[in-house]
Design a protein around this ligand. Structure first.
Ligand SMILES: NC(=O)c1ccc[n+]([C@@H]2O[C@H](COP(=O)([O-])OP(=O)(O)OC[C@H]3O[C@@H](n4cnc5c(N)ncnc54)[C@H](O)[C@@H]3O)[C@@H](O)[C@H]2O)c1
Length: 251
């Protein structure tokens, strides 16, 4: 087993898509994983597959937009599994079917996108930083989006939230650096998960064609980047943004 053996990695939104790829990727690297998601059935399926790697897996069905549930879930991870070595803030999404131009956006949709794509990462990080500081060890990796740079049309709220993740990452990186804790962000481009799979085939094809590498990112591409940032090979990288998008947007 590699360097992740005995390390605890917490992943939010772990049942589907990028979170699921993270769960399987980190378990394959030897980590014990705590998986948080509100979709209990899909979470159990992912947890079962992660257990196939012979690691300890704690699956917690939780709505992370409920702050009390969020706090209790992290307390349970610390109690039942141990202190987190790595937190992956993966939870996030656009307004999806409630998508609109900003000038028409309902207040509750704006609040939802900011809550799920920015505030959840802040509140989850708040649960683990104290123990990381005490142990003088830890990694926080937050999933932003290349929309933070590109400002994709119709995703003003999402672009704002994901740019917020980058500012949060830089501020927290500076605070945690003296304690040997690194804090970084990954910006995926369009990635082959449920949201992309639901769009019409012609829109999917346009998204693919807009990527210089002529392909949609796979969830494993993002998981591999997170595994790198959580590893000792990235020990001196902090406050950084790693764009994984086949060249769609440079920064
Ligand atoms: N897919 C893309 O094209 C793409 C591109 C750039 C960035 N991202 C970012 O990557 C991350 C993962 O995206 P994805 O496409 O894998 O999403 P996904 O919808 O496939 O998976 C998200 C997971 O979060 C869970 N979830 C949703 N609301 C929850 C809640 N309130 N509490 C707990 N769990 C909840 C879902 O059940 C699901 O398992 C997000 O932050 C997203 O913004 C995705």
């Amino acid at each position: 087993m590699g360097e992740f053996e005995g390390r605890i990695v917490v992943i939010t939104g772990a049942a589907h898509g990028i979170g699921r790829a993270m769960a399987l990727g980190f378990a394959a690297e030897g980590a014990d994983v705590a998986l948080l998601d509100r979709d209990g059935a899909a979470l159990e399926a992912t947890a079962g597959d992660a257990r196939g790697h012979g690691r300890r897996v704690l699956a917690i069905e939780a709505d992370l937009l409920d702050h009390g549930v969020l706090v209790e879930s992290f307390a349970r991870i610390a109690r039942d599994l141990g202190p987190a070595h790595t937190l992956v803030n993966n939870l996030g999404q656009t307004a999806r079917e409630r998508f609109s131009m900003f000038s028409d956006a309902p207040h509750e949709v704006l609040e939802f996108v900011l809550d799920i794509s920015l505030h959840a990462a802040i509140h989850c990080s708040r649960q683990v930083v104290g123990a990381m500081k005490d142990r003088r060890e830890g990694r926080i990796v937050s999933i932003s989006s290349d929309s933070a740079f590109n400002g994709d049309l119709g995703c003003v709220d999402y672009a704002a939230a994901k740019a917020g993740v980058l500012g949060f990452t830089r501020g927290l990186a500076r605070e945690m650096a003296p304690y040997g804790v690194t804090v970084n962000a990954i910006c995926p481009g369009p990635t082959n998960t449920r949201a992309m799979q639901r769009i019409p085939p012609d829109a999917f094809e346009r998204a693919r064609a807009a990527v210089p590498m002529q392909a949609i990112c796979e969830p494993e591409d993002i998981a591999n980047a997170a595994i790198f940032l959580a590893s000792s090979k990235a020990r001196f990288i902090t406050g950084n943004t790693l764009i994984v998008n086949g060249g769609r947007v440079f920064h």
